[in-house]
Design a protein around this ligand. Structure first.
Ligand code: PLP
Length: 468
């Protein structure tokens, strides 16, 4: 019986000569198709051999060339797919680090493509034809936006902090308030980074309070700088005191020392008019006299991964010539995207439209409700009777270690299934291609409209519609 079934599996050559076989050879290659056919037919053989004789009688096998070649096609498609693939973020967390943080504006995307497809002016001075600086492209625009004397860009903000401390404080003391000993997701801890840089940490104040006199008393001959770290991902509330940048700058400058500030997110715009709370901007820090400010390119700025360093020329100069700069250097794609993103900020109102991170953060609830109604309408048409759909008001988070307490009003679609658990449902959506990431709460799978893009609707509707 088994042998009989196995004999029905078409020969490799017959499969290759079938119409679909020939098309696959054209799309892939003869060798890849042969390999895939061997793999698939071997799987079928194993499957048949594993089944008990008595069960075989009642089973049906589709061993037609077409059915096998369709499996071959799926197998080849799967192998071709990139593992780092697009995904749909329906979690509502705008700066979702695991899902790639910021999306790029159209202009930033184009800038990446342009330098990918062509040679570029990466390190050449067009006027002289001689070697130029890799950072020239953003110097002008950063100066225009922030008033900074000079700038440098590295791989990410963690690298920026490491570089700043290594070049300005190696072997010396750095004073920081205990309330600012930040740990960021992953493994970025300010005290650890400082140790790597060769700087010696001098903690002052208590968890909830640091006074100016605490800093003053800690300044010695060994002090290299005063460090301020924006506690971007947590807030200490209640009986607290941290020194404002301006006061810290005054104290530092009286003692001939610079102030370094790690702003974390780094934002150029005040979004309080759009329903968010106040977040210190890069301009605020520089205006307060902070000598060197570092921040991320892909958090609230809404650009590519990057660590941006702005400030006084004498300090930036020192960093530029530090050997670590080469090791931490930013690549041309990120630099191109960063310049394009920064240039969007020349027109703040348009920046809020064109930079996806800003757009998602500032979308008003009424617009989100409309989006939710649209998705609900489309889903209602395709889902099986096992589903229950509901539109609800809810809360989305900013994410990326920014605005930790912010509660943004949003609209959600809640999905429940009679047979599938919410975990199973969420898993099926993740296994879709492209994967769909949702939130699970209230015994439901939740789609938050804040982070769902226009091009996502159809994919979501098809994925949910294909479930039993
Ligand atoms: C996020 C963050 C960092 C790390 O920035 P990356 O760009 O992710 O390397 C450092 N410091 C603070 C305060 C942050 O919020």
């Amino acid at each position: 019986m088994k042998q009989e079934i196995l004999r029905q599996i078409p020969a490799v050559n017959d499969l290759l000569n079938a119409e679909l076989g020939e098309k696959l050879i054209e799309d892939y290659s003869h060798q890849l198709v042969v390999d895939a056919i061997r793999e698939i037919t071997a799987e079928i053989r194993e499957e048949v051999l594993a089944i008990a004789e008595e069960d075989l009688e009642v089973m049906e096998f589709d061993l037609s060339s077409r059915s096998i070649l369709l499996q071959v096609e799926e197998h080849l498609q799967g192998k071709d797919r990139l593992i780092l693939s697009p995904a749909i973020n329906a979690t509502g967390v705008v700066l979702h680090t695991n899902l790639g943080r910021s999306l790029l504006s159209d202009k930033a995307q184009q800038a990446v493509l342009d330098v990918a497809d062509n040679y570029s002016t990466l390190e050449v001075d067009v006027d002289t034809g001689k070697r130029g600086s890799r950072y020239n492209n953003i110097k002008e625009i950063l100066a225009e936006l922030t008033g900074a004397e000079d700038c440098l860009v590295v791989n990410n903000n963690a690298a920026a902090v490491l570089l700043a401390l290594s070049s300005l404080a190696d072997g010396q003391e750095v004073i920081i308030s205990r309330g600012q000993l930040v740990e960021i997701g992953g493994s970025f801890r300010i005290p650890d980074v400082m140790e790597r840089s060769g700087a010696k940490l001098v903690e002052v104040g208590s968890t909830n309070k640091a006074h100016l006199r605490d800093y003053q008393q800690a300044i010695t001959e060994e002090t290299a700088l005063l460090l301020r770290v924006h506690t971007s991902n947590y807030k200490i509330l209640g009986f607290t005191k941290e020194i404002e940048p301006q006061e810290l700058v005054e104290l530092a400058h009286q003692n001939g020392l610079p102030v370094l500030e790690d702003l974390g997110s780094g934002i150029f715009v005040d979004l309080t008019g759009d329903g968010l709370s106040y977040e210190p901007t890069v301009q605020d820090s520089l205006e307060a006299g902070v000598d060197v400010v570092t921040f991320s390119g892909d958090k609230l700025l809404g650009g590519p991964q990057a660590g941006i360093i702005v400030g006084k020329q004498e300090y930036i100069e020192e960093m530029r010539s530090h050997p670590l700069t080469r090791a931490l250097r930013i690549d041309k794609f990120s630099l191109a995207a960063l310049e394009a993103t920064l240039k969007e900020y020349r027109d703040l109102e348009r920046a809020k439209e064109r930079i996806p991170t800003l757009r998602m953060l500032t979308t008003p609830p009424t617009a989100l409700r409309k989006k939710a109604e649209e998705l609900l309408g489309q889903l209602s048409k395709v889902v099986s009777e096992s589903f229950k759909l509901e539109l609800r008001e809810g809360i989305s988070k900013v994410g990326g270690g920014s605005f930790p307490l912010e509660k943004l009003t949003t609209y959600l679609i809640e999905l429940q299934h009679q047979q599938l658990s919410t975990e199973q449902l969420a898993m099926k959506l993740r296994k879709n291609y492209p994967p769909i990431f949702t939130r699970v709460a209230n015994d439901a799978v939740i789609f938050d409209l804040r982070t769902i893009q226009q091009q996502d609707y159809q994919i979501i509707v098809e994925a949910v519609g294909s479930l039993p």
